[in-house]
Design a protein around this ligand. Sequence first.
Ligand code: IMP
Length: 194
Amino acid sequence: MKQIVFATNNQHKLEEVQSLLSEQFQIISLNELGFKEEIPETQKTIEGNASQKSHYIYERYNMPVFADDTGLEIDALNGEPGVYSARYAGSNCSFQDNCNKVLNNLKGEQNRNSRFKTVISLIIDGNEHQFEGLVNGKILEEGRGEDGFGYDSIFLPDGYEKCFAEMSLEEKNQISHRGLAVRKLVKFLSTDIA
Ligand code: IMP
C-alpha cells in the first residue's frame, strides 16, 4: 500500500477523503507524522494556500503529500468569505460564528447564489499538480441539519432538497467540492502514478 500524507488535522476532512481513496493508498495525517505546528496560510487565493500548505510539509518530510484549501464564495458578498472562510468572524471563531456572520450579511438579500471551491495541491516526485472541485448552491435563510462542519448547515447545493449538514457523508461526498477534487486526485494517482 502506498503512503501519502494529507496535510491536515481536520478529522472531518480526513474521514471524507479516506472514504474516497481506494485501498491502494494509506493516508497519513499530520498527527501521525508528529507534526504539531500550524501550517501558514498567507496567500491571497485558494490555489496559493493549497500550494503553500503542500510545499511546507513536502520540504520537511520529503514524502508524497497533498493539501486542500476550500472557500465559500457568495455572489452578493463579492465572493466573500472566499479565501477567508476559516476565520470570517475573527480569529478563534466557531463554525457557528461564521455561519451567523454570513446569515446576517445576507439578511433581506434575494440573491443567495454561492459556491464551494476546493483546490487540492499534490506534490509527488518533486512536481506539483492541482485539482479543482466546484459545487454551486444557495445560502439558506437559516441553518439546518446536524452533520458536517463549517458552512454545511447553511449551504443548499443546486438540485437538492437537503443541505450539506442534512446529508450522510456518502451523499455529500458524491456531489461536494472536496469529493469532486478528490476524485480527480484519485484518478491521477491510480492512472498516472501507479
Ligand atoms: P480550509 O482552509 O480548507 O480548512 O477551509 C476553510 C473553511 O471553509 C473551513 O474552516 C470551513 O469553515 C469551510 N469549509 C471547508 N470545507 C467545507 C465543507 O466541506 N463544508 C462546509 N464548510 C467547509
